[in-house]
Write a protein that binds this ligand. Structure first.
Ligand code: SF4
Length: 73
């Protein structure tokens, strides 16, 4: 398992992560920030634990325009 952390203060709601990696990322109910989908949330909506198999999370970490997504092994 790896941790995924979204810096919600940096997120500008561009929708990139939520469009290419729908299993892991979604917008919150107000549409104000990206969050981890409930299935993978760990402790809070900005932190998740996912299987390594989600390559799309690595793409999001590299290409989020605000550099707001980090993966920690
Ligand atoms: S790609 Fe980055 S800036 Fe865009 S919605 Fe996701 S976390 Fe926010």
């Amino acid at each position: 398992m790896v941790k995924v952390i979204i810096d919600q203060d940096e997120c500008m709601r561009c929708g990139f992560c939520t469009s290419i990696c729908t299993k892991v990322f979604e917008l919150d109910e107000k549409g104000e920030t990206a969050q981890i989908t409930p299935n993978y949330q760990h402790k809070n909506s900005s932190t998740g634990e996912i299987p390594k198999k989600f390559d799309c999370v690595e793409i999001v970490e590299r290409k989020c325009p605000r550099d707001a997504v980090k993966i920690k092994d």
